[in-house]
Write a protein that binds this ligand. Sequence first.
Ligand code: NAP
Ligand code: GLV
Length: 306
Amino acid sequence: MRILFCCTGTKAAPWLDGLRAALPGADIAEWVPGAPQADHAVVWAPPQQFLDEQPGLQALFNIGAGVDALLKLRLPPGALVVRLDDAGMSVQMAEYVCHAVIRHFREFDGYERDMAEGRWSYRKPRLRSEWPVGVLGLGVLGTRVAQALAQFEFPVHGWSRTPREVAGVTCHAGEAALPGFLAASRVLVNLLPLTPATENLLDRDTLGRLQPGGYLVNVARGAHLVEADLLALLDSGHLAGATIDVLREEPPPADHPFWRHPQITLTPHTSARTLREESIAQIAGKIRALGRGEPIAGIVDPSRGY
Ligand code: NAP
Ligand code: GLV
């Protein structure tokens, strides 16, 4: 069995070592133009040339959860696209989102400013019941995040394409249910995949439907958000703030308004990182399962876009 590694922006050596240790006997190499045909590939943002040169690939293992960039490319016919299925991401996402929501709800940013300015002051405790959180996307990451928020006793709503049941979460499904879901939410957490159906979903209309004083946490993809609409809703006071981990252009240009906006907390696409060891173990397990003819989790449906 031959496996090629083709991950733009990722140091190949530790991945190759890990994959070789996990799959002894497999011939595993970093892709170079003209490399012989492989059975499987481990990829992240591969060049189109790689995909064109490897028409016989049986599976492409994406070393991330989101496959939006990969699905924009011309893929080898018949190759399965397999996403990372948690692999240590969901706990990171849960801690990131809970941190963002609690920081805002408990006004820790205000306390940090007060302390820095030598002011020993108290704020009136907020009522959790007045801070319902809506989670867009109840997949691998959204479900874990919704459950983690419910543990802190926030009222939690979730929205998915097809009906889901998550303990402690009021679930809504389908386009027709979106306005009701938004109206029930004050904090909105985005964990949708980027697809033609979800691109630009976070705009003046949808964000404007959140309860007044709303807060946005975007941890999915930058292209979900119409950035100018967020700025307008912050200016109007309808939204109180946002935590933004993903942008349309990463890194954003030096003059991007999010860098220094007083109501925006910005992080560099780091809410849930790919963990090498967990990812290698998962990919190797799936390659072995495919070899035995067994089903695997995390196969992407290109017609759905996720
Ligand atoms: P997932 O398991 O595929 O779950 C996607 C969820 O979104 C599912 O609940 C799905 O509904 C729902 N959905 C998809 N299209 C929809 C639509 N048109 N209307 C309503 N709901 C829709 O994905 P995941 O693993 O949770 O990851 C979500 C995204 O997080 C990734 O695609 C990636 O972009 C992003 N991400 C970001 C980072 C970061 O560091 N910032 C890290 C990892 C992932 P169904 O349940 O009905 O299928
Ligand atoms: C990161 O953004 C991922 O999709 O894994």
